[in-house]
Structure formats: structure tokens, C-alpha cells
Design a protein around this ligand. Sequence first.
Ligand SMILES: [Zn+2]
Length: 347
Amino acid sequence: MMRAAYAVKLGGEDPLANLEIGERPVPQPGPGEARVRVRAVSLNHHDLWTLRGVAGAPIELPRILGCEAAAVVDAYGPDRPTGSPDPGAEVVLYPVVTCGRCTACLGPDETLCREFGMLSDKVDGTLAEYVVLPAANLLPKPALLSDAETACLGTTFLTGYRMLFTRGRVRPGDSVLIPGASGGLSTALIQMAKAAGCTVIVTSRDQAKRQAALAIGANHALETARGSSRQVLALTGGRGVDAVMESVGEPTWGESLRSVRPGGVIVVSGATGGPNPPADLARVFWRQISVVGSTMGTRDEMLATVRFVEAAQIRPVIDESFPLEQAHAALARMQAGRHTGKIIVTV
Ligand SMILES: [Zn+2]
């Protein structure tokens, strides 16, 4: 048996009460699969959404939570793929699980697979001593990074990489607006956009979070209030930013639309503040703004993310680390939303 943090119920008044910490069977790898020993996990809003019962896929209970992790290869099932890292190797997990057979999976973008899911959706996640996943999902850990820092790459940095460079087509010299600069994704976006040679503008209600954003490389940190777009226009010579990285939704959408330049792009990867803001379609078509969605990333993008983080010597921002037995406290901290950077659970 092994220690793990898993959902035993979904939904209800107190989602964190749906999480139990206890013993689960050690999973056995099947053909083409690997078992890894987890060292560090970084939490995501996805974990809270699962407990709230609003994650996309139907969840079978009990379900071990946790999407991303730094780990060590423990064992393989039958048919170990050639070139897979040897037992004992330090790895970072690519957390996307797809069917592997459809045209999306066999083509260039497996994130469009109809069976797209993450670790902790249809299969058990990483908040456990061991996790089993396809051997192809193991990537070498960057030597420069600690286990906690490595655990931020699989979801947070991968999501940010695809938002900026694939979906947003951001290039060196562009200006990028990141509304609501505080959580793990925002700090990853700031660090990567800065390293790519962009001018980075962030907004936040919180003075300490604005200071933290400036400390990791944001060029400008604006107070969130009606009218922050006027300051964005002033900072960009009246033009507006080339790209906006939206993950907040209702509270920031209007200002995002007013902050982007004609022909610019708004990349949407989340709506933590609500999914249905007024669309303001007249502004969208008249100013020819592109609004594009982005979810996670491909395995190739994950490899590129790891190489980019290594080459740019980016150190992911860690908020606080908790042992597995304190997973409730770790999730409560994320739920409260007062953190800066990633919340880590060590196993
Ligand atoms: Zn597929």
C-alpha cells in the first residue's frame, strides 16, 4: 500500500472535505507504461475543480488528485519503449493522457483528442507515493531545477508556453498584458514573456502581488480598476498591447478587450473569475481582435518548454511547500487565492 490524497466525494458546500489522505494500493504498470516514485507535486486549480465536481470528465471515486510532478522512474510494465529513461532516472511528467489512436493523436496536436484528459481525470494523479502513466509521458528533469521547481513545468509552464508562443504567436519585442498577476500561471507567463524579450505589463488588485510581479521581471504593474486599459494605452504609445494572456474572465475581460491593439490577440486559458463576460462583439470585429482558446499543450511543446526554461535559466516561483499529510492546508491556501507562485506538496 502507499500514502495518497484522493477524492472520496465531489461537490457540496465544503469541497476540501471531499479529500481524504490514506492508503491506496501501489499501482502496477501495464504494457507500455511506467511507474514513477513521486517527489514533488505542484497544485493547480484543476485539483479544486475536481473536488467541486465541475471538472470536465466524469470522475470515478476514489480518485487520487494531482496533475503535475517531479519523480524518479521506478519500474516498467511489459513492452518498455526503446529510449525511455532507466529506472532511477529523474523525470518530469507530461500530464496529458489521450487515446493515442485518433487523427488528432496521430497528427501534430494531441490536445485536440476527444478523449483528452489529465492525470487525475480518468486515471489516478500524482498526489501519491507512486503513479503509473504511459512511458512516453516521462521527460528528463532539467538539471538546474529543484524537484519543487521541476514540478511546475508539466501544467503551469506548459500552459503558459502554448498560450504565448503557439496560440498567441508572441515574438521578441512584442508587448504582453497579463491580467491578475499572482497565481502560478501568471508568474510563469511573466517569466517566459520576459525571457523571450517582450515588454510585460501585469495588473493586480494587490500591492504585494504587483511588487512580486515586478521582482520577477514585469516591466509595469498596474492596479486593477476600471481604467487600467487607459494606462496600458499610455504605456504603448496609444496603440495597445500585441497580446493579452487571459485566465481570469469576467472581472478583467472588458479591460482586456480595451487594452489590445487593433489586429491583436487575446489568448484565453481559463476563467477563474467567471466564464460569461459581455462579449463586446462590435469591438472584436471593428478592431479585428483575435480571441483564441488554449488548453495545456502537446508533448512536443512540453519538450520545448523544458528546453526554454533551461536555456533562459528560469526558476519557477514557489509560494510554499507542504508535506502530503497536509494536502488540505495546501489546497486551502490555493482556494484562498492569497498565494504568489506555485503551491507545492512534497511526497
Ligand atoms: Zn486521440
